[in-house]
Design a protein around this ligand. Sequence first.
Ligand code: HSE
Length: 309
Amino acid sequence: MEEKSIRVRVPGTSANCGPGFDTLGIACTIYNELELTLREAPGVEFFITGEGAENIPQDERNIVWRSVRYLLERAKAADRFQGGIVRMKNEVPLSRGLGSSATAIVAGLKAANVLVGNMFNRRELLQFATRIEGHPDNVAPAIFGGFTVNIMNRGRAQSFSFLPKVRLKMVAAVPDFFLSTRVAREVLPDMVSRQDAIFNIGRSSILVAALCRGNEFFLRHAFEDALHQPYRSKLVPGMMDVFSAAKEAGALGATLSGAGPCLMAYVLERDHCAEKVGQAMVEAFRKNDVEAKYLVLNLDTRGARIINE
Ligand code: HSE
């Protein structure tokens, strides 16, 4: 009976980065690991530890396993490998806006791809992952690492990944409640004003330009948003207070991470204020009766990777 295993590590991500709704995303130094074994015999076993383990389905609904099956079908290997073992070690908080579903999708696709002989390149994995997730802004940084700019062009995702010339630290304030992306998308209006569109186009552009050129001055207003955060603030009690607290403690800016509820502050590394910013954010959440913890993260520069063959 044929049996093959592989281990992959995939970074968590923060999408939108403020103004880049559904288009910008970064990879962070927090990881989920998958050890995948494929077997000829049907049936799948799950061994999941770490963040959110008790809330992750351990059957055919599991998103890692569904992504594995998705890839095997495209590789015409679904009959050859009908079952397997999924071992996950998770650091990325579940359903908090740090890309936990993207890491699961990318981990499943990447691991299965290696086990079928790397039939697909990273650009093709991006298409598969985007189709499963629905938008590219989390899956792209999970695949490529770095800061990514992502567009959809005639149904295909295109992603540009780069390493910013400004050395940043990210401070994630992670509240102790879940928020589903579906709910956080339902509160958004279908139409936005021209004024709000201009607000975001300018900030999103200046954010990318300033990071590429290493210009810190222009970053101070570049993380602001008018297209999604104002509507989502009612889902995250104290969001605006936490943003203000982060800035007062020295952050360049703060954003809703993905669809939330995690909030992400951006700090210049040379300011050495990440811990202070984290404490201020947690305190501001506490004043709004929300328990939270903070994580100080760096940019992940490599994206999804194989740990051993
Ligand atoms: N861009 C997405 C959103 C990220 O904000 O809804 C969440 O997956």
